[in-house]
Design a protein around this ligand. Structure first.
Ligand code: PEP
Ligand code: MG
Length: 330
């Protein structure tokens, strides 16, 4: 029945052997939150903020941004919200910013690289976020009265970038006497996955962007339709980078999420859990199937499956493990 389905969607993504994964939704606007919650989201694991810049044809001011972040926190009523700082460049172009044209925008001034060069874009956003964290919102979900806000930065490649971004955050936080908020980074460049241990020393959490990590690891433009069938996030090379990221994070006790598309694939979600990921954040409509698959699995099985997947020669062989594990279960 519909009621039973709704109840099932609200259950935690706890494996048969008792390991619970945090489940978030990728949601950009407050009006999308109720649907995400109805599908079983426990919070928002990725709020892309580019839309704030794209939809109006002008750069939103600090107050405008503050109102949006606050409305997100209000809609979530105490559930966690991870806001990603502006990720412009590559496939995400904002015409009105009139940024210099680049030969290879995916390898150019994008994400954190742009933020560090353009304090006029970064600082109002950070101030709006810290104001939202300071003001808090009423909560009826676990998490109390404080706004459970985290900030993360896209396209990180190096430790100095993280240190510079942290400095900027701390300066702005101190200026308005806001509380500290967890600061995380996206792992979406192979260099960041390989150096995860070094990066983990300087941030509070990771969120793996498997869309870009796949693009950069396999050298396939994510928009190239000819090569799209080969741009598979379940390629063993990508899975090994995810494994390295989890190992690096574990050395410093850091939390690892995944917010790329493969987190919303039931088989992929199981592999990610087996590799040591703690949180999966996805398009709301993918939530029920992922939660159901995780509840049907055991973490011990998923760990074994993930190791087997990393040892496969190619993505097709990894995907074939899905069928064989299905056969075994029957
Ligand atoms: C990713 O790269 O996987 C990601 C989640 O970010 P985006 O798709 O916005 O680049
Ligand atoms: Mg990305």
């Amino acid at each position: 029945t519909q009621e039973a389905e709704a109840r099932e969607r609200g259950l935690p993504a706890r494996t048969r052997d008792g390991h619970a994964l945090a489940i978030g939704a990728n949601v950009n606007t407050p009006d999308q939150v109720p649907f995400a919650l109805s599908q079983g989201a426990e919070g928002v694991g990725l709020m892309r903020t580019e839309f704030l810049f794209l939809e109006r044809g002008e750069t939103p001011g600090e107050d405008d941004q503050y109102a949006t972040y606050r409305a997100m926190l209000e809609a979530l009523r105490g559930r966690p919200l991870i806001v990603r700082a502006l990720d412009i460049g590559g496939d995400k172009q904002v015409p009105h910013l009139a940024l210099p044209k680049e030969e290879n925008p995916f390898l150019g001034v994008r994400g954190a690289r742009l933020l560090l060069r353009r304090p006029d874009l970064m600082e109002p956003q950070l101030r709006a976020l810290y104001r939202a964290a300071k003001d808090g919102v009423p909560a009826d979900a676990p998490g109390g009265k404080d706004a459970p806000l985290s900030i993360m930065f896209p396209m990180i490649t190096s430790v100095p970038e993280v240190l510079a971004l942290r400095d900027a955050c701390e300066r702005i936080r101190a200026e308005i006497a806001a509380p500290a908020v967890p600061l995380g980074i996206m792992i979406e460049v192979p260099a960041a996955a390989i150096q995860a241990d070094a990066l983990a020393a300087h941030c509070d959490f990771f969120s793996i962007g498997t869309n870009d990590l796949t693009q950069y690891a396999l050298a396939i433009d994510r928009q190239n339709t000819e090569l799209a069938p080969e741009a598979d996030s379940l390629h063993p090379a990508v899975l090994r980078l995810v494994r390295m990221t989890c190992e690096g994070a574990a050395r410093h006790g850091r939390f690892v999420g995944v917010c790329g598309g493969i987190a919303g694939d039931p088989f992929g979600a199981g592999l990610l859990a087996g590799l040591g990921v703690h949180e999966l954040s996805m398009t709301p409509r993918d939530l029920p199937a992922v939660k159901a698959r995780l509840r049907a699995a055991s973490l011990a099985e998923l760990k074994a499956l993930a190791e087997e997947a990393c040892a496969q020669p190619d993505a097709a062989a990894v995907r074939a493990l899905d069928r064989s594990s299905g056969d075994r279960a029957e």
